[in-house]
Write a protein that binds this ligand. Structure first.
Ligand SMILES: C[S@@+](CC[C@H](N)C(=O)[O-])C[C@H]1O[C@@H](n2cnc3c(N)ncnc32)[C@H](O)[C@@H]1O
Ligand SMILES: [Zn+2]
Length: 373
């Protein structure tokens, strides 16, 4: 099947039909992820002019590498599978980019230990953690990571989450955010082993995957500073109260200070710090051209990320209202009530009913319930 994406033309496997295994992976639903990758690479190069080399670590059809090469990056595509390597080469040739990129038929863990790149893009099946050490070992500037194993990340597949991420994720009403913070915690700890500090400059959780871009600072002091963003969240399953505490030694709540209940879940170590740099998000939005297939959604996502408060968890308005036995009202009105009561409040990028505030669950109810009729 022939597709055009971001101005390049690619031969990719067709829609997967049941019973017929396509040998090379291509997911048209990840176009937003790839469009934002290109916009992020552009914004990053504006900021860090020396960044030139890009490793498309799991290239499959070559789509990311072809798009990055068309944008002037010095590209290396890598894949373990011979069919993928052949297709990536064909797709580079189809776009007259064979001279701008090389294709390696290798295990990327070996390649990334052998050679240093400015930017490494990990886009594996499921957890990226088996590739994190190799990426942080020598990468100079930016590590881009996709994780599609959202059930382990958010605590829905509890033991798998613990095994993959060396943390305890819990299944809460802010499950996608739990996934983001579990992933960032594990990546920050992996980087710290190489005396590398990570700064997540752009992160989003979108339809069953988490994507993050980590700017690197190759210094022990930067690794120490990154680890200071780690900590624990205690969460009351009864009233949805939650509390975050920084530090690597857990000091969990034994009962809920709001309702006195004892069904308190403790998650961590999680990344509790910001997961995007507002100025950088604005720069990424500026780099999304009108002819990207997902331009509108990408820009809306940047707007939401820019406006979002830096709080460790978001609330779901419908879940809260259901808990209180009250009907939900319009989000704008709900947030206006919170602000009128003196609290900071914003929407969150996780969905139309999600929001962030510095008010706790009792204060949220007090500020909004008069208009929940
Ligand atoms: C999800 S696909 C990548 C999709 C692609 N980046 C895109 O945007 O369409 C994962 C790819 O990783 C490759 N892969 C898995 N383990 C690998 C390894 N250790 N080294 C290199 N490639 C690997 C697989 O062969 C597969 O093609
Ligand atoms: Zn409670």
């Amino acid at each position: 099947m022939r597709v055009t994406e971001g101005g390049v033309e690619l031969e990719v496997p067709g829609e997967q039909t049941e019973g017929i295994e396509e040998s090379v992976f291509y997911n048209p639903r990840q176009e937003l992820n790839r469009d934002l990758t290109i916009a992020t690479l552009r914004a990053f190069r504006e900021r860090e002019e020396r960044a030139e080399s890009y490793l498309d670590a799991m290239t499959a059809s070559g789509v990311r590498g072809v798009r990055a090469a068309a944008d002037g990056w010095d590209v290396t595509c890598c894949d373990l599978e011979e069919d993928a390597v052949d297709l990536a080469r064909e797709n580079l040739e189809r776009n007259d980019l064979a001279a701008e990129a090389r294709v390696e038929h290798r295990n990327v863990n070996a390649l990334a230990h052998d050679e240093a790149f400015d930017v490494i893009d990990l886009d594996p099946y499921g957890s990226p953690m088996p590739f994190a050490d190799a990426a942080f070992a020598r990468c100079r500037d930016l590590v881009c990571v996709t994780a599609t194993d959202t059930a382990p990340l958010c605590g829905a597949h509890f033991n798998s989450g613990i095994r993959s991420y060396s943390a305890v994720p819990q299944n809460t009403d802010y499950h996608a955010e739990m996934g983001v913070r579990t992933l960032l915690s594990a990546l920050a700890r992996s980087a710290a082993r190489f005396d590398v500090g990570v700064d997540p400059i752009f992160t989003h959780a979108t339809s069953h995957y988490v994507r993050t871009y980590l700017e690197l600072d190759r210094k022990a002091s930067a690794a120490d500073a990154a680890l200071e963003h780690l900590g624990y969240i205690s969460h009351c399953e009864d009233c949805l109260y939650r509390e975050a505490e920084h530090g690597l030694i857990a000091d969990p709540l034994e009962s809920c200070p709001e309702c006195g209940g004892e069904r308190v879940l403790v998650a961590g170590p999680l990344w509790l710090g910001p997961y995007r740099d507002r100025e950088f998000v604005a720069a990424v939005r500026e780099e999304i051209p009108d002819d990207f297939g997902t331009a509108k959604t990408g820009r809306e996502l940047c707007n939401a990320l820019e406006a979002e408060l830096d709080r460790p968890t978001h609330y779901d308005q419908h879940k809260l209202c259901k808990n209180w036995g009250l009907p939900a009202n319009a989000m704008d009105e709900f947030l206006a009530d919170l602000r009128a009561a003196g609290h900071a409040a914003s929407t969150a990028h996780y969905g139309g009913t999600t929001f962030k505030t510095d008010a706790d669950v009792g204060e949220i109810r007090e500020a909004t319930e008069a208009n929940l009729v």
